[in-house]
Design a protein around this ligand. Sequence first.
Ligand SMILES: [Zn+2]
Length: 111
Amino acid sequence: MLILTCPYCGLDAEETELHPGGEAHLKRVGPEGSDEEFEDYMFARKNAKGVHFERWRHAYGCGKWFLAARDTVTLQVYGTYRAQTHAPPQDIVDAIRKVRPDWQPDWSHAE
Ligand SMILES: [Zn+2]
């Protein structure tokens, strides 16, 4: 079972206490964006094999949204962090590189 630590209240929450919110770090497209950019923002998702960043809400706890970095192959959780960040904190990047030294962040359609 997936267990994530909520970065706000510090509780270890089981998956049934959480609500998934999809891919993290998506860059919102405003009215100045093209149709293709909006389509990419609205529908294109990475579905990564390996390191993946996701949005979760502590639905049956404090109710706040947070972000999690985990591995879709091994199911290892690298860490969780507050939703108001544009990139994962350095300690999570270090945890990922410890396991996957060749990992490079792919922010091609993210902020
Ligand atoms: Zn919480």
